[in-house]
Design a protein around this ligand. Sequence first.
Ligand code: DLL
Length: 442
Amino acid sequence: MSLSDYSGARQGVSEADYMPIGQLRALQLERLQGLVRHVYERVPLTRRRMDERGVRPEHIRSLEDIALLPFMMKSDLRDEYPFGLFASPQEEIVRFHCSSGTTGKPIVIGSTQGDIRVWQEGCMRALAMCGVTREDVVQVAYGYGLFTGGLGLHYGAEGLGCAVLPISGGNTERQLMLMRDFGVTVIACTPSYFLHLVDEGMKRGIDFRRDMRLRHGVFGAEPWTEAMRGKIEQLTGITAHDIYGLTEISGPGVANDCPHRRGLHVFEDHFYPEIIDPDTLEPLPDGERGELVFTTLTRRGTPMLRYRTRDLSLIHSEPCPCGRTIRTFERISARTDDMLIIRGVNLFPSQIETALLSVDAVLPHYHIFVSKAGDLDMLEIKVEVTAQTLSDDIKSLENLRARIAHAIQRVINISAKVTLAEPHSLPRSEGKLCRVTDLRNG
Ligand code: DLL
Protein backbone atom coordinates (compact mmCIF):
# COMPACT_ATOMS: atom_id res chain seq x y z
CA MET A 1 0.00 0.00 0.00
CA SER A 2 1.44 3.40 -0.86
CA LEU A 3 0.95 6.71 0.88
CA SER A 4 -1.41 8.00 -1.77
CA ASP A 5 -3.95 5.16 -1.61
CA TYR A 6 -4.00 4.93 2.16
CA SER A 7 -7.55 5.81 3.16
CA GLY A 8 -7.08 6.90 6.78
CA ALA A 9 -9.71 6.49 9.46
CA ARG A 10 -13.43 6.41 8.87
CA GLN A 11 -15.52 6.79 11.97
CA GLY A 12 -12.31 6.30 13.88
CA VAL A 13 -11.74 2.79 12.61
CA SER A 14 -8.57 2.56 10.59
CA GLU A 15 -7.61 -0.51 8.61
CA ALA A 16 -4.08 0.09 9.91
CA ASP A 17 -5.17 -0.81 13.46
CA TYR A 18 -5.85 -4.39 12.33
CA MET A 19 -3.34 -4.76 9.50
CA PRO A 20 -1.38 -8.03 9.30
CA ILE A 21 2.02 -7.33 10.87
CA GLY A 22 4.01 -8.00 7.69
CA GLN A 23 1.91 -5.53 5.76
CA LEU A 24 2.17 -2.95 8.53
CA ARG A 25 5.96 -3.26 8.63
CA ALA A 26 6.14 -2.89 4.84
CA LEU A 27 4.00 0.24 5.03
CA GLN A 28 6.21 1.64 7.80
CA LEU A 29 9.37 0.97 5.83
CA GLU A 30 8.01 2.62 2.71
CA ARG A 31 7.00 5.63 4.77
CA LEU A 32 10.30 5.76 6.65
CA GLN A 33 12.25 5.76 3.41
CA GLY A 34 10.09 8.59 2.03
CA LEU A 35 10.48 10.55 5.24
CA VAL A 36 14.25 10.21 5.38
CA ARG A 37 14.58 11.40 1.78
CA HIS A 38 12.27 14.34 2.52
CA VAL A 39 14.17 15.40 5.63
CA TYR A 40 17.64 14.85 4.16
CA GLU A 41 16.83 17.14 1.27
CA ARG A 42 15.23 19.87 3.36
CA VAL A 43 16.62 20.04 6.91
CA PRO A 44 20.27 21.17 7.01
CA LEU A 45 20.83 20.00 10.62
CA THR A 46 19.73 16.42 9.89
CA ARG A 47 21.58 16.33 6.60
CA ARG A 48 24.77 17.46 8.34
CA ARG A 49 24.38 14.84 11.08
CA MET A 50 23.68 12.08 8.57
CA ASP A 51 26.65 13.15 6.45
CA GLU A 52 28.90 13.08 9.52
CA ARG A 53 27.86 9.46 10.09
CA GLY A 54 28.20 8.63 6.41
CA VAL A 55 24.52 7.72 6.22
CA ARG A 56 22.49 8.49 3.14
CA PRO A 57 18.75 7.97 2.59
CA GLU A 58 19.38 4.93 0.37
CA HIS A 59 21.08 3.17 3.31
CA ILE A 60 17.66 2.73 4.96
CA ARG A 61 16.74 -0.70 3.57
CA SER A 62 14.95 -2.19 6.58
CA LEU A 63 13.16 -0.86 9.65
CA GLU A 64 16.16 -1.88 11.77
CA ASP A 65 18.26 0.56 9.75
CA ILE A 66 16.46 3.33 11.62
CA ALA A 67 19.24 2.85 14.20
CA LEU A 68 21.66 4.41 11.69
CA LEU A 69 19.84 7.72 11.93
CA PRO A 70 20.70 10.50 14.38
CA PHE A 71 18.33 11.36 17.23
CA MET A 72 16.46 14.62 17.62
CA MET A 73 15.85 16.29 20.94
CA LYS A 74 14.00 19.22 22.43
CA SER A 75 17.25 21.19 22.48
CA ASP A 76 17.43 20.88 18.66
CA LEU A 77 14.02 22.51 18.40
CA ARG A 78 15.20 25.28 20.73
CA ASP A 79 18.48 25.81 18.89
CA GLU A 80 16.76 25.89 15.52
CA TYR A 81 13.97 28.22 16.71
CA PRO A 82 11.75 29.19 15.04
CA PHE A 83 11.79 27.54 11.60
CA GLY A 84 15.16 25.78 11.25
CA LEU A 85 13.62 22.28 11.35
CA PHE A 86 10.76 23.06 8.96
CA ALA A 87 10.76 20.69 6.02
CA SER A 88 7.99 22.30 3.97
CA PRO A 89 7.84 25.80 2.49
CA GLN A 90 5.91 28.46 4.38
CA GLU A 91 3.00 28.42 1.91
CA GLU A 92 2.33 24.76 2.74
CA ILE A 93 2.24 25.35 6.49
CA VAL A 94 -1.29 25.87 7.78
CA ARG A 95 -0.80 25.80 11.57
CA PHE A 96 1.76 26.47 14.28
CA HIS A 97 1.75 24.97 17.74
CA CYS A 98 4.19 25.63 20.53
CA SER A 99 5.14 23.92 23.70
CA SER A 100 6.57 26.14 26.35
CA GLY A 101 9.62 25.05 28.21
CA THR A 102 10.32 26.14 31.71
CA THR A 103 12.73 28.77 30.46
CA GLY A 104 13.44 30.73 27.31
CA LYS A 105 11.96 30.34 23.87
CA PRO A 106 9.20 27.86 23.15
CA ILE A 107 9.59 25.09 20.64
CA VAL A 108 7.59 25.48 17.43
CA ILE A 109 6.09 22.87 15.19
CA GLY A 110 4.44 23.58 11.86
CA SER A 111 1.81 21.43 10.19
CA THR A 112 0.78 21.05 6.57
CA GLN A 113 -2.81 20.22 5.63
CA GLY A 114 -1.75 16.58 5.46
CA ASP A 115 -0.20 16.73 8.93
CA ILE A 116 -3.40 18.17 10.36
CA ARG A 117 -5.38 15.34 8.73
CA VAL A 118 -3.07 12.72 10.23
CA TRP A 119 -3.36 14.35 13.64
CA GLN A 120 -7.14 14.45 13.39
CA GLU A 121 -7.13 10.80 12.35
CA GLY A 122 -5.03 9.92 15.44
CA CYS A 123 -7.52 11.68 17.71
CA MET A 124 -10.50 10.03 15.98
CA ARG A 125 -8.89 6.61 16.37
CA ALA A 126 -8.12 7.35 20.01
CA LEU A 127 -11.65 8.48 20.80
CA ALA A 128 -13.15 5.52 18.94
CA MET A 129 -10.93 3.24 21.02
CA CYS A 130 -12.49 4.80 24.12
CA GLY A 131 -15.94 3.88 22.79
CA VAL A 132 -16.90 7.44 21.83
CA THR A 133 -19.41 7.70 18.96
CA ARG A 134 -21.38 10.38 17.13
CA GLU A 135 -24.08 10.04 19.76
CA ASP A 136 -21.77 11.62 22.34
CA VAL A 137 -21.59 15.17 23.63
CA VAL A 138 -17.91 15.97 24.20
CA GLN A 139 -16.73 18.73 26.51
CA VAL A 140 -13.21 19.69 25.50
CA ALA A 141 -11.70 21.27 28.60
CA TYR A 142 -8.08 21.02 27.46
CA GLY A 143 -6.66 24.46 26.70
CA TYR A 144 -7.23 25.74 23.15
CA GLY A 145 -4.48 27.74 21.49
CA LEU A 146 -0.80 27.00 21.12
CA PHE A 147 -1.19 23.93 23.37
CA THR A 148 -2.33 20.98 21.25
CA GLY A 149 -4.83 19.46 23.71
CA GLY A 150 -7.90 21.57 22.90
CA LEU A 151 -7.71 21.68 19.12
CA GLY A 152 -6.54 18.07 18.87
CA LEU A 153 -9.47 16.59 20.78
CA HIS A 154 -11.80 19.10 19.15
CA TYR A 155 -11.05 17.97 15.60
CA GLY A 156 -11.00 14.34 16.65
CA ALA A 157 -14.45 14.51 18.24
CA GLU A 158 -15.88 16.61 15.43
CA GLY A 159 -14.47 14.15 12.89
CA LEU A 160 -16.41 11.37 14.60
CA GLY A 161 -19.57 13.46 14.37
CA CYS A 162 -19.87 14.13 18.10
CA ALA A 163 -21.42 17.32 19.42
CA VAL A 164 -18.43 19.29 20.69
CA LEU A 165 -18.49 21.82 23.50
CA PRO A 166 -15.24 23.77 22.96
CA ILE A 167 -15.07 25.31 26.42
CA SER A 168 -11.25 25.13 26.88
CA GLY A 169 -9.72 25.09 30.37
CA GLY A 170 -10.78 27.14 33.36
CA ASN A 171 -14.03 28.70 34.53
CA THR A 172 -14.96 25.73 36.66
CA GLU A 173 -18.39 27.05 37.59
CA ARG A 174 -19.42 27.28 33.94
CA GLN A 175 -17.84 23.88 33.13
CA LEU A 176 -20.06 22.24 35.71
CA MET A 177 -23.19 24.10 34.67
CA LEU A 178 -22.83 23.26 30.97
CA MET A 179 -21.79 19.69 31.70
CA ARG A 180 -25.05 19.18 33.51
CA ASP A 181 -27.35 21.29 31.30
CA PHE A 182 -26.03 19.89 27.98
CA GLY A 183 -26.01 16.29 29.17
CA VAL A 184 -22.29 15.98 28.41
CA THR A 185 -21.25 12.32 28.06
CA VAL A 186 -17.50 12.68 27.47
CA ILE A 187 -15.02 15.01 29.17
CA ALA A 188 -11.54 15.58 27.76
CA CYS A 189 -9.04 17.32 30.07
CA THR A 190 -6.07 16.56 32.28
CA PRO A 191 -6.87 14.04 35.02
CA SER A 192 -5.89 16.60 37.65
CA TYR A 193 -8.29 19.18 36.25
CA PHE A 194 -11.08 16.62 36.19
CA LEU A 195 -10.46 15.88 39.86
CA HIS A 196 -10.70 19.60 40.50
CA LEU A 197 -14.05 19.70 38.66
CA VAL A 198 -15.33 16.79 40.73
CA ASP A 199 -14.15 18.45 43.89
CA GLU A 200 -15.76 21.78 43.07
CA GLY A 201 -18.92 19.95 42.02
CA MET A 202 -19.08 18.19 45.38
CA LYS A 203 -18.76 21.54 47.16
CA ARG A 204 -21.87 22.63 45.25
CA GLY A 205 -23.76 19.49 46.12
CA ILE A 206 -23.29 17.88 42.68
CA ASP A 207 -23.06 14.11 42.67
CA PHE A 208 -21.46 13.05 39.39
CA ARG A 209 -23.23 9.70 39.32
CA ARG A 210 -26.64 11.17 40.04
CA ASP A 211 -26.54 14.56 38.36
CA MET A 212 -24.36 14.09 35.28
CA ARG A 213 -24.68 11.93 32.16
CA LEU A 214 -20.90 11.60 31.93
CA ARG A 215 -19.67 8.16 30.75
CA HIS A 216 -16.09 8.67 29.59
CA GLY A 217 -13.08 10.76 30.53
CA VAL A 218 -10.29 11.15 27.97
CA PHE A 219 -7.37 12.05 30.18
CA GLY A 220 -3.74 12.76 29.39
CA ALA A 221 -1.03 15.40 29.02
CA GLU A 222 0.44 14.57 32.45
CA PRO A 223 1.49 11.42 34.28
CA TRP A 224 -1.23 9.73 36.32
CA THR A 225 -1.10 6.35 37.94
CA GLU A 226 -3.37 3.33 37.81
CA ALA A 227 -4.26 4.15 41.43
CA MET A 228 -5.40 7.62 40.35
CA ARG A 229 -7.45 6.05 37.57
CA GLY A 230 -9.14 3.80 40.15
CA LYS A 231 -9.88 6.77 42.38
CA ILE A 232 -11.46 8.77 39.53
CA GLU A 233 -13.63 5.85 38.44
CA GLN A 234 -14.71 5.11 41.98
CA LEU A 235 -15.61 8.74 42.68
CA THR A 236 -17.61 9.36 39.51
CA GLY A 237 -18.62 6.05 37.93
CA ILE A 238 -17.12 7.05 34.55
CA THR A 239 -14.56 5.07 32.55
CA ALA A 240 -11.22 6.89 32.65
CA HIS A 241 -9.19 6.45 29.44
CA ASP A 242 -5.56 7.33 28.89
CA ILE A 243 -4.63 9.38 25.81
CA TYR A 244 -1.00 10.17 25.05
CA GLY A 245 0.79 12.53 22.75
CA LEU A 246 3.26 15.37 22.52
CA THR A 247 3.53 18.60 20.57
CA GLU A 248 6.67 17.58 18.70
CA ILE A 249 5.00 14.46 17.28
CA SER A 250 1.66 16.23 16.56
CA GLY A 251 -0.25 16.45 19.86
CA PRO A 252 -2.74 14.10 21.55
CA GLY A 253 -3.69 11.01 19.58
CA VAL A 254 -0.26 9.39 19.24
CA ALA A 255 -1.45 6.49 21.42
CA ASN A 256 -4.44 5.50 23.53
CA ASP A 257 -5.56 2.61 25.70
CA CYS A 258 -8.25 0.17 24.56
CA PRO A 259 -10.74 -1.42 26.99
CA HIS A 260 -8.28 -4.26 27.74
CA ARG A 261 -5.87 -1.80 29.34
CA ARG A 262 -2.75 -3.68 28.32
CA GLY A 263 -0.97 -0.41 27.58
CA LEU A 264 -1.48 2.33 25.02
CA HIS A 265 -1.86 1.33 21.37
CA VAL A 266 0.47 3.46 19.23
CA PHE A 267 -0.81 4.54 15.84
CA GLU A 268 2.42 3.17 14.52
CA ASP A 269 1.49 3.48 10.86
CA HIS A 270 2.18 7.20 11.49
CA PHE A 271 4.29 7.31 14.66
CA TYR A 272 7.02 4.68 14.72
CA PRO A 273 8.02 3.87 18.32
CA GLU A 274 11.36 2.70 19.67
CA ILE A 275 12.67 2.21 23.18
CA ILE A 276 16.29 3.15 23.79
CA ASP A 277 18.62 2.98 26.75
CA PRO A 278 18.78 6.67 27.79
CA ASP A 279 22.44 6.31 28.80
CA THR A 280 23.95 4.32 25.95
CA LEU A 281 21.31 5.40 23.38
CA GLU A 282 21.23 1.81 22.09
CA PRO A 283 17.83 0.50 20.89
CA LEU A 284 16.25 -1.97 23.34
CA PRO A 285 14.11 -4.94 22.34
CA ASP A 286 10.35 -4.98 22.97
CA GLY A 287 9.70 -5.77 26.63
CA GLU A 288 12.63 -3.76 27.99
CA ARG A 289 12.15 -0.48 29.79
CA GLY A 290 13.79 2.70 28.58
CA GLU A 291 13.13 6.02 26.87
CA LEU A 292 10.39 6.27 24.28
CA VAL A 293 11.49 7.59 20.89
CA PHE A 294 9.22 8.42 17.96
CA THR A 295 9.68 8.92 14.25
CA THR A 296 6.81 10.72 12.52
CA LEU A 297 6.49 8.56 9.41
CA THR A 298 4.03 10.82 7.60
CA ARG A 299 4.62 14.37 8.93
CA ARG A 300 5.92 16.88 6.42
CA GLY A 301 5.83 20.28 8.19
CA THR A 302 8.29 19.58 11.01
CA PRO A 303 8.97 15.86 10.75
CA MET A 304 10.82 14.23 13.62
CA LEU A 305 13.40 11.51 13.12
CA ARG A 306 13.99 9.45 16.26
CA TYR A 307 12.71 12.13 18.61
CA ARG A 308 13.69 11.47 22.23
CA THR A 309 10.59 12.08 24.34
CA ARG A 310 12.19 11.65 27.81
CA ASP A 311 9.15 9.51 28.70
CA LEU A 312 9.96 6.14 30.24
CA SER A 313 8.07 3.05 29.11
CA LEU A 314 8.36 -0.33 27.47
CA ILE A 315 6.81 -1.73 24.32
CA HIS A 316 4.67 -4.87 24.44
CA SER A 317 4.52 -6.88 21.27
CA GLU A 318 2.11 -9.61 22.43
CA PRO A 319 -1.22 -9.50 20.62
CA CYS A 320 -3.97 -7.58 22.41
CA PRO A 321 -7.36 -9.30 22.84
CA CYS A 322 -8.99 -6.30 21.11
CA GLY A 323 -7.54 -7.63 17.85
CA ARG A 324 -5.52 -4.54 16.99
CA THR A 325 -2.12 -5.45 15.62
CA ILE A 326 -0.51 -2.10 16.40
CA ARG A 327 1.75 -2.45 19.43
CA THR A 328 1.15 -1.04 22.88
CA PHE A 329 3.48 0.64 25.33
CA GLU A 330 3.12 0.71 29.07
CA ARG A 331 1.39 3.78 30.51
CA ILE A 332 3.85 6.60 31.16
CA SER A 333 4.45 6.89 34.85
CA ALA A 334 7.67 8.83 34.69
CA ARG A 335 9.95 11.03 32.62
CA THR A 336 13.72 10.89 32.84
CA ASP A 337 13.67 14.55 33.87
CA ASP A 338 11.02 14.03 36.61
CA MET A 339 13.29 11.84 38.64
CA LEU A 340 14.03 13.08 42.14
CA ILE A 341 17.23 12.05 43.84
CA ILE A 342 16.62 12.05 47.59
CA ARG A 343 19.50 11.05 49.83
CA GLY A 344 21.02 9.27 46.88
CA VAL A 345 17.88 7.28 46.10
CA ASN A 346 16.13 7.75 42.74
CA LEU A 347 12.40 8.10 42.90
CA PHE A 348 9.51 9.28 40.76
CA PRO A 349 6.47 11.26 41.93
CA SER A 350 4.23 8.49 40.54
CA GLN A 351 5.62 6.08 43.15
CA ILE A 352 4.52 8.45 45.88
CA GLU A 353 1.09 8.80 44.25
CA THR A 354 0.63 5.04 44.22
CA ALA A 355 1.62 4.80 47.88
CA LEU A 356 -0.64 7.65 48.98
CA LEU A 357 -3.70 6.38 47.17
CA SER A 358 -3.35 2.97 48.75
CA VAL A 359 -4.53 4.56 52.01
CA ASP A 360 -8.32 4.81 52.18
CA ALA A 361 -8.90 8.17 53.82
CA VAL A 362 -6.62 10.03 51.41
CA LEU A 363 -8.06 12.37 48.75
CA PRO A 364 -6.35 12.42 45.34
CA HIS A 365 -4.78 15.85 45.95
CA TYR A 366 -1.21 16.01 47.16
CA HIS A 367 1.99 17.98 46.78
CA ILE A 368 5.60 16.94 47.23
CA PHE A 369 8.14 19.32 48.80
CA VAL A 370 11.85 18.61 48.73
CA SER A 371 14.24 20.71 50.81
CA LYS A 372 17.55 20.52 52.64
CA ALA A 373 18.26 20.46 56.36
CA GLY A 374 22.01 20.99 56.46
CA ASP A 375 23.32 18.37 54.06
CA LEU A 376 20.33 16.11 54.34
CA ASP A 377 17.55 15.98 51.74
CA MET A 378 14.12 16.26 53.32
CA LEU A 379 10.91 15.00 51.81
CA GLU A 380 7.54 16.33 52.87
CA ILE A 381 4.23 15.20 51.43
CA LYS A 382 1.16 17.29 51.98
CA VAL A 383 -2.00 15.39 51.29
CA GLU A 384 -5.64 16.40 51.52
CA VAL A 385 -8.10 14.42 53.60
CA THR A 386 -11.80 15.04 54.12
CA ALA A 387 -13.02 17.63 56.64
CA GLN A 388 -14.67 14.78 58.52
CA THR A 389 -11.33 12.96 58.84
CA LEU A 390 -9.67 16.14 60.07
CA SER A 391 -12.27 16.47 62.81
CA ASP A 392 -11.20 13.10 64.26
CA ASP A 393 -9.35 13.06 67.57
CA ILE A 394 -5.59 13.63 67.65
CA LYS A 395 -4.84 9.96 68.17
CA SER A 396 -6.74 8.89 65.03
CA LEU A 397 -5.03 11.61 63.01
CA GLU A 398 -1.62 10.52 64.25
CA ASN A 399 -2.54 7.00 63.36
CA LEU A 400 -3.53 8.04 59.82
CA ARG A 401 -0.30 10.02 59.36
CA ALA A 402 1.70 7.03 60.47
CA ARG A 403 -0.18 4.75 58.05
CA ILE A 404 0.52 7.12 55.14
CA ALA A 405 4.19 7.52 56.11
CA HIS A 406 4.48 3.74 56.34
CA ALA A 407 2.90 3.25 52.88
CA ILE A 408 5.40 5.74 51.43
CA GLN A 409 8.35 4.19 53.21
CA ARG A 410 7.32 0.76 51.93
CA VAL A 411 7.25 1.91 48.29
CA ILE A 412 10.23 4.27 48.11
CA ASN A 413 12.29 3.14 51.07
CA ILE A 414 12.74 6.68 52.34
CA SER A 415 11.09 8.32 55.30
CA ALA A 416 8.95 11.35 54.59
CA LYS A 417 7.20 13.88 56.74
CA VAL A 418 3.46 13.66 56.11
CA THR A 419 1.21 16.66 56.63
CA LEU A 420 -2.56 16.27 56.48
CA ALA A 421 -4.12 19.21 54.65
CA GLU A 422 -7.63 20.59 54.55
CA PRO A 423 -9.74 19.80 51.50
CA HIS A 424 -9.23 22.31 48.62
CA SER A 425 -6.07 23.73 50.20
CA LEU A 426 -3.40 22.43 47.77
CA PRO A 427 -2.70 23.91 44.32
CA ARG A 428 -5.02 23.00 41.44
CA SER A 429 -4.48 23.59 37.73
CA GLU A 430 -6.64 24.12 34.66
CA GLY A 431 -4.06 22.22 32.64
CA LYS A 432 -0.97 20.25 33.59
CA LEU A 433 -0.47 20.17 37.33
CA CYS A 434 3.01 20.40 38.81
CA ARG A 435 3.02 18.29 41.97
CA VAL A 436 6.60 18.84 43.07
CA THR A 437 8.35 21.85 44.64
CA ASP A 438 12.08 21.30 44.95
CA LEU A 439 13.57 23.95 47.21
CA ARG A 440 17.08 22.53 47.24
CA ASN A 441 18.64 24.77 44.61
CA GLY A 442 18.01 28.30 45.80
O1 DLL B 1 0.51 17.17 26.48
C1 DLL B 1 -0.33 16.67 24.29
C2 DLL B 1 -1.55 16.09 24.89
C3 DLL B 1 -2.67 16.87 25.05
C4 DLL B 1 -1.58 14.75 25.23
C5 DLL B 1 -3.83 16.30 25.57
C6 DLL B 1 -2.73 14.16 25.76
C7 DLL B 1 -3.85 14.96 25.91
P1 DLL B 1 2.96 18.48 25.42
O2 DLL B 1 2.47 19.67 26.12
O3 DLL B 1 4.00 18.67 24.37
O4 DLL B 1 1.79 17.75 24.68
O5 DLL B 1 3.49 17.46 26.52
C8 DLL B 1 3.94 16.19 26.17
O6 DLL B 1 3.23 15.30 28.30
O7 DLL B 1 6.06 13.90 26.64
C9 DLL B 1 4.51 13.32 28.45
O8 DLL B 1 5.58 13.57 29.33
C10 DLL B 1 3.27 14.04 28.95
N1 DLL B 1 2.06 13.27 28.60
C11 DLL B 1 1.23 13.45 27.57
N2 DLL B 1 0.22 12.53 27.62
C12 DLL B 1 0.47 11.75 28.69
C13 DLL B 1 -0.18 10.62 29.29
C14 DLL B 1 0.67 17.22 25.29
N3 DLL B 1 -1.30 10.12 28.80
C15 DLL B 1 4.34 15.42 27.41
N4 DLL B 1 0.40 10.07 30.38
C16 DLL B 1 4.73 14.00 27.10
C17 DLL B 1 1.54 10.57 30.91
C18 DLL B 1 1.65 12.21 29.32
N5 DLL B 1 2.17 11.62 30.41
